[in-house]
Write a protein that binds this ligand. Sequence first.
Ligand SMILES: C[S@@+](CC[C@H](N)C(=O)[O-])C[C@H]1O[C@@H](n2cnc3c(N)ncnc32)[C@H](O)[C@@H]1O
Length: 253
Amino acid sequence: MTYIDFMSVVHKSTKRDYLARVNDPDYPKAKAANLAKTWGYDYWDGDRSIYYGGYQYIVNRWEKVARAMAKHYNLPKNPKILDIGCGKGYLLFDFLKVIPDAEIFGIDISNYAIENSKEEIREHLQVGNATELPWPDNHFDLVCSMNTFHNLYNYELEKALKEFERVVYVVCEMGIAKFDLKERVWELIFRSSIYHAKTVYSLTVNQKHIFLGTENGLVRINKKTGFTRDYSFPFIGQVNAMNLDGKTLWQKI
Ligand SMILES: C[S@@+](CC[C@H](N)C(=O)[O-])C[C@H]1O[C@@H](n2cnc3c(N)ncnc32)[C@H](O)[C@@H]1O
């Protein structure tokens, strides 16, 4: 997995006085944490010792993050974007400034956050848990989540991460099979004849395509249409491993 930093444009590290927080006379750490975990008024707009201390929209703050993501990922003109743990919806709201035709979806466990979210986009946000996303597989072009997954318990985390990427692709003699981690079912999605039964040494996927590294180059398959494109040149040779980094595909020969 590639590490890309979209966040430091908005988050600068600040020094915290942990001792003072633990010994806060009104909201000692344990009390504050218990209140925060209810994800209600106290967490968002209550006392600063509890959590945000008033979480307000700051014009253009999240636009920088949205712009960086939009630039990095090869998104279509009207992408479907999901934010898991969307809070008051500020990132999604700013996404629309960067990609006005985007279809946005937000989910968050906090009733209070959704009720007090950006009014302009509230109808696109819903209350729900990261461990049970109410959408089918491959519904989104981009799924993002900021500062949310650390709130989950370990046993929830595995489930939530599987919700992020529910599908595993495998090449076998018959072709390319898809394994649904949630439903635990296999499906043969492309027969090997569509890539001329070449020997496959590596595989990687993005939203639109499956890339196969073969004995003499690369085959790209459109997931929806099955259209293939063959990049077989003598100078490429056998592609043993691949890494997709945004729009760039690196190959290890
Ligand atoms: C630190 S806030 C971040 C909010 C927002 N992503 C942002 O950066 O402005 C953490 C968010 O995670 C949400 N959250 C916590 N557990 C969750 C869960 N199991 N499913 C969905 N959302 C959850 C909280 O309600 C809260 O909105």
